[in-house]
Design a protein around this ligand. Sequence first.
Ligand SMILES: O=P(O)(O)OC[C@H]1O[C@H](O)[C@H](O)[C@@H](O)[C@@H]1O
Length: 449
Amino acid sequence: MDSIQINIKNLAGIVSEEEILRKSELATSANNALHDGTREGSDFLGWVDLPSSITEEEFRDIEEAATVLRTHCDVVVVVGIGGSYLGARAVIDALTNSFDWLQPEKKRKNPVILYAGNNISEDYLSEMIDYLENKEFGIINISKSGTTTEPAIAFRLLKNLLEKKVGNEESKKRIVAITDATKGALRTLADSEGYKTFIIPDNIGGRYSVLTPVGLLPIAVAGINIRKLVTGAAEIEKATDKTVSFDYNLPAIYAVIRNELYRRGKKIEILVNYHPKLHFLAEWWKQLFGESEGKDQMGIFPAAVDFTADLHSMGQWIQEGERTIFETVISIKEPNKKVLVPHDEVNLDGLNYLKGKRVDEVNKMAELGTRLAHVDGGVPNILIEIPELNEKYIGQLIYFFEKACGISGYLLGVNPFNQPGVEAYKSNMFALLEKPGYEEATKSIKSKL
Ligand SMILES: O=P(O)(O)OC[C@H]1O[C@H](O)[C@H](O)[C@@H](O)[C@@H]1O
């Protein structure tokens, strides 16, 4: 198997193969609309042929900027929120050593990657500043709109710290801004300071931007091969183009199944992983599907669990709670490392029945046992199998989910490329903070308190 696979044999009898096939024309037409730009949100389809259209020059530009940061910095802080950080973090966590950041600087091949601007926690920022005080650090500041409050606050603090530590000139070498070509405060600031910048194309929304410099620059700084990542994505781009029939279009099949489950009362999709490295892939996936489909009072609620950890906390609910859920499991066929359970003479822990077995064999039996139990408990199960955890297959998975999300949103009947609901909290926050321009809103909100 040279590609991610999808196994749909465990739908708990809730959706049949015939019912899936009956939707093939609708799914194919949704897929075509993504390529032709004939439905709502057609201004945001730049991601559809992005993997196959990144040029050698663009790769080099990103790789060179990554080399500058890698040369000057032991720590690089990725400042961004939502689509401006989750994709990078998903890939970096999935493809780097979980404990590398604990190694002393001399032993490390890659800079430590930290994340800021994804919260407004004073403690978090204060502790990060303390840590960075004695580090050679740099900043990748990412915001498509260039006006998002969380990253703007973090960047102001970190920029001040960096300038104090290394001076304005050296700071300019260590700061990269990724934002709109012309609009927004970050564009103005970056141009006036003379930072190296990358552009987020107008026609690619934040949650679809991981294969633009938004994701690729931090990923390259972390020492990951971005060309292989993009190659993987391009393979699924090709495998889901307009010439591919529904039976072979895996994202279309996944999109149909989740919509059919939704129509039958399965309102919550739980993305399951069995490797902690995939935790942030699920966070990325949650934004992708949550912002794309949760509108017009509709949409599957995307949730995620890390197994087997959460089997010891959420396992009870999944097995026997309200039957409104289905699971999508990401299964990694072959781990990158090999660890065997050792023999123990006295066997006080009673584990000798596992001696000589790979830890992954135990993990796989937990996975299989859980799947069988959950399906028996009435939880439909979609299985996505990845041959191994590497750049190519993560690239494939990214495009698989992006394509599935576009098709799924159209099948549901929403515009998968806007997110009007996100503004509500921002307007209230600005009114409460008495931001200039919000005077009327301030009066009105304060009268409600
Ligand atoms: O990249 P930015 O413009 O800073 O936006 C960052 C994020 O925040 C917004 O509120 C949107 O809901 C997200 O779709 C976006 O990814």
